[in-house]
Design a protein. Structure first.
Length: 365
C-alpha cells in the first residue's frame, strides 16, 4: 500500500490541513503505523512545514496505567497537552491489532486516563483550526470487520481517497433540505425516534477532519428527542465495547437503556448531566463503506447509516449540550441489516439506506 499511503498523506497535508511553510504539526500515533507515518512526515517536509512525532502503543499504555496515580496521569497529560497547544496542526493515527486490549485494564486508572488525558486532548485538538484523524489498516481491524486484510486495504484506500470535491456538490441539496426541515424521524426494527432540528446549523464533513470522511451532521434541539432507538453496529466507549445498545428518550434525555452490559452502559450515561442527552445527529454518505467495520471512524461515514452522539455537541452544530464524553452510536439502515426509513417533516427521504428523493439520488452508491 505504499503508493496509497503517499496519496492519503498528500490528501491529509494538502486538503485536510492545507499546511503552509513554517507551520508546526504534531503526528500523534497510537500503535504501529510506520509506513503511513513515514509518508506523512515526508509530505509535511515537502510542504515546508515542521513535523513533531509522538508514539505510544497499547501495551505501553497499559504498562503506564498499571501503577499510575491520578496525579501522575495529570502530569503526563499536562506535558503532552503542552506540546499539542504549541502546534499549528494535529494529525492523530490510531492503529491496533486488538480492539479489546484495554478490557482488562484497571477501570479506575483507565477512568483517570480518560478524564485527565483523553478528554482534554480531544478538546484541545478540536479547538485547533487544523486537525485530522486517521485509522491504520491492520489484520486485527480486518478480523474485527469479518473480512480479509486485502479487502480491508481496498476499502480503506478507496474510502479515504474518495472525491471530496464531488461530495460537496452532491450533498448540497441534502444540506439545503436539512436546513428547511423542522423534525426528523428515524424508523427501523426496534426504533421509532423523532426530534426537532429547527434552526440548527449543519456541517458537511468532507475530509477536513477525518480520513475517511463523508457525513452531514447537525444536532437535535435540546429537550426534543422522543422515542426509542436500537443501534445495530457495535461501538466502544471508555475502553468498553458494546453490542445492541437500545435507548429510550423522553424530553431529550435517556430514561431507559439496555445493552449486552447494561450496567456499564448505565455508568457511562451517568458520567455527567449531558452524557444522557444527544449532542449530534449525522447521516453517513461515504459510498465506499457499505458494511459495518466495527471501527467508528468508518462506521459513522457508512453510506446508508445514521448516527446519534451522546454528550458534548460540536461548535459547528451546537445545541448547548455539554459533557465530558462524545459517544457516537451507529444504526445501519441497509436492507441486509434490517432496513429502515428516514423522514424529514414526515416526507420519506431515504429507505433501506438509499435516498428516494430525485435530487438526492446522486448520493446513492
Amino acid at each position: 500500500m505504499k503508493e496509497e499511503f503517499k496519496r492519503i498523506a498528500d490528501t491529509a497535508v494538502s486538503h485536510s490541513l492545507r499546511l503552509r511553510p513554517g507551520e508546526k504539526v504534531v503526528v500523534k500515533v497510537r500503535g504501529d503505523a510506520a509506513d503511513l507515518t513515514e509518508s506523512l512526515i515526508a509530505r509535511i517536509y515537502e510542504a515546508g512545514a515542521v513535523p513533531f512525532l509522538q508514539t505510544t502503543n497499547v501495551e505501553e499504555l497499559k504498562w503506564l496505567l498499571a501503577g499510575a496515580s491520578e496525579e501522575q496521569i495529570r502530569q503526563w497529560a499536562e506535558h503532552d497537552l503542552g506540546l499539542v497547544e504549541a502546534m499549528d496542526a494535529y494529525i492523530g493515527i490510531h492503529s491496533e491489532e486488538n480492539t479489546f486490549e484495554m478490557e482488562d485494564a484497571d477501570r479506575t486508572r483507565y477512568g483517570y486516563y480518560v478524564k485527565h488525558y483523553l478528554q482534554p486532548l480531544t478538546m484541545t485538538m478540536a479547538s485547533k483550526p487544523k486537525w485530522v484523524l486517521l485509522r491504520y489498516p491492520t489484520p486485527g481491524m480486518a478480523q474485527l470487520a469479518g473480512i480479509g486484510t486485502s479487502k480491508l486495504r481496498q476499502i480503506y484506500a478507496s474510502s479515504c481517497l474518495m472525491d471530496y470535491g464531488g461530495l460537496q456538490d452532491k450533498a448540497e441539496p441534502l444540506r439545503k433540505l436539512l436546513g428547511r426541515t423542522s423534525r426528523i424521524r428515524i424508523v427501523s426494527p426496534g426504533t421509532d425516534l423523532s426530534f426537532s432540528v429547527q434552526g440548527m446549523p449543519s456541517f458537511l464533513c468532507d475530509g477536513r477532519y477525518n480520513l475517511p470522511d463523508g457525513e452531514l451532521f447537525t444536532a437535535p434541539v435540546a429537550g426534543s428527542a422522543e422515542g426509542r432507538i436500537t443501534f445495530n453496529v457495535p461501538t466502544s466507549c471508555m475502553g468498553k465495547t458494546f453490542d445492541s445498545v437500545a435507548l429510550t428518550f423522553r424530553q431529550g434525555k435517556v430514561t431507559e437503556w439496555s445493552a449486552d452490559d447494561t450496567e456499564a452502559l448505565g455508568a457511562i450515561l451517568k458520567t455527567d448531566e449531558g452524557a444522557s442527552r444527544p449532542g449530534e445527529f449525522g447521516i453517513g454518505m461515504n459510498p465506499h463503506i457499505r458494511q459495518p467495520m466495527r471501527s467508528l471512524l468508518f462506521d459513522e461515514k457508512m453510506a446508508g447509516s445514521i448516527h446519534l452522539a451522546l454528550g458534548q455537541a460540536y461548535e459547528m452544530a451546537d445545541n448547548g449540550n455539554t459533557s465530558g464524553i462524545h459517544w457516537d452510536l451507529v444504526l445501519c439502515q441497509l436492507e441486509a441489516y434490517g432496513g429502515g426509513e428516514l423522514y424529514f417533516d414526515d416526507i420519506l427521504i431515504r429507505k433501506n439506506g438509499y435516498f428516494v428523493v430525485p435530487e438526492l439520488e446522486p448520493l446513492n452508491p
